[in-house]
Design a protein around this ligand. Sequence first.
Ligand SMILES: Cc1cc2nc3c(=O)[nH]c(=O)nc-3n(C[C@H](O)[C@H](O)[C@H](O)COP(=O)(O)O)c2cc1C
Length: 416
Amino acid sequence: MKRQIPTVRGLAPLLRFRAPQLNTREHRLNAALTIWDLRDIAKRRTPKGPFEYTDGAAEAEVSLARARQAFEDIEFIPGILRDVSKVDMSSIVLGDRVALPFGIAPTGFTRMMHTEGEIAGATAAGSAGIPFALSTLGTTTIEDVKSANPNGRNWFQLYIWKDRDRSRALIERAAAAGYDTLLVTVDSPVAGARLRDVRNGLTIPPQLTLRTVVNSMSKWEWSFNFFTTEPLTFASFNNWSGTVGEFVDANFDPAVTFEDLALVKSQWPGKLVVKGVQSLDDAKRVAALGVDGIMLSNHGGRQLDRAPVPFHLLPHVVREVGRDVEVHVDTGIMSGADIVASIALGAKFTLVGRAYLYGLMSGGREGVDRVIEILAGQIARTMKLLGVSELAELTPSHVTQLQRLAPIPPDSVRES
Ligand SMILES: Cc1cc2nc3c(=O)[nH]c(=O)nc-3n(C[C@H](O)[C@H](O)[C@H](O)COP(=O)(O)O)c2cc1C
């Protein structure tokens, strides 16, 4: 091997020193290539209580782990030699166009994760042309979300209160503010056991104990924002002091039945989606009520642990009721490829919860923009690699669900 002494002239073409980026937020967000990268940033920048409230699930967190695993345990079957120079990721969902096949899921206490909270989510969703869902436990009012996202699609998520007048009042406010869709969450007769929150002593609003103060000190930007902006206020109630679980159990009704759902339907003028359907039988019963959509969801694994994986239920529910209602799915989505797989198996739409919140915690509004950008890029790339240029071209033939987590049919259990 012949060696030589390196010269400046020889090295010059290789040198790529870039000017230091002054906008650290932009730099940080651009360095994140996946939702998992954003999660890492979020973890570094957010105190333990709020981060784990977001990141955690119920009991041993098996539901969430399985839901994520199910998306990984698929095989894509691509078509070759198709013209994919352009892809169209838009579709009609619940009567109106959406630019991308996912929206922002309703999440409670969002301003605790980052002070920009729902306003960041709603404005980012509005400018990307996707729906934003505000939770009953949201930290921005129905009217303020509407003013922040006046031309976009706003959806409202309802928990049915023990005091039915409060549910009715919220339905009326959301309708008056021009929300087009109501998501009625039905998977929470009681609060799931979020053990991380219990261990962290998380309360709403967060309490300043020696432990939380010490932990927040290293998350100076979060703390500065938290203490120098409006205190947490809520979309649907005045004030609360206690844990999330205590709030849910004290105010929401464990006695809700299908009759209540029918009543809500009669009160709501827009589209109605039932969120938290977890079996084929219930999907049929809900569809028979004449709702517009079914959201297959186990609440991101935050309610019943070891619940059915919504993505597994998807093709069965689509086959049985997909002609009558739109079938949507959430829980476990961490990449655009997960969304493409869901659409291929018949979902009309998907929601992302934690993915959005990891972005929010990483950088407020720009963090949410980055989430949408990452997911949209992954969806477009996956579609092109599959050889499809429109969502409608995605079919079950593009996805094989591998066996590892697939439920064993009850008949074969009985036979063995
Ligand atoms: C921090 C957090 C708060 C949530 N709060 C609500 C809520 O108030 N109402 C509701 O219907 N679902 C709520 N969810 C569930 C989401 O709407 C959605 O079903 C779930 O996050 C989807 O799973 P993913 O996080 O894996 O995307 C919450 C989820 C998270 C992570």
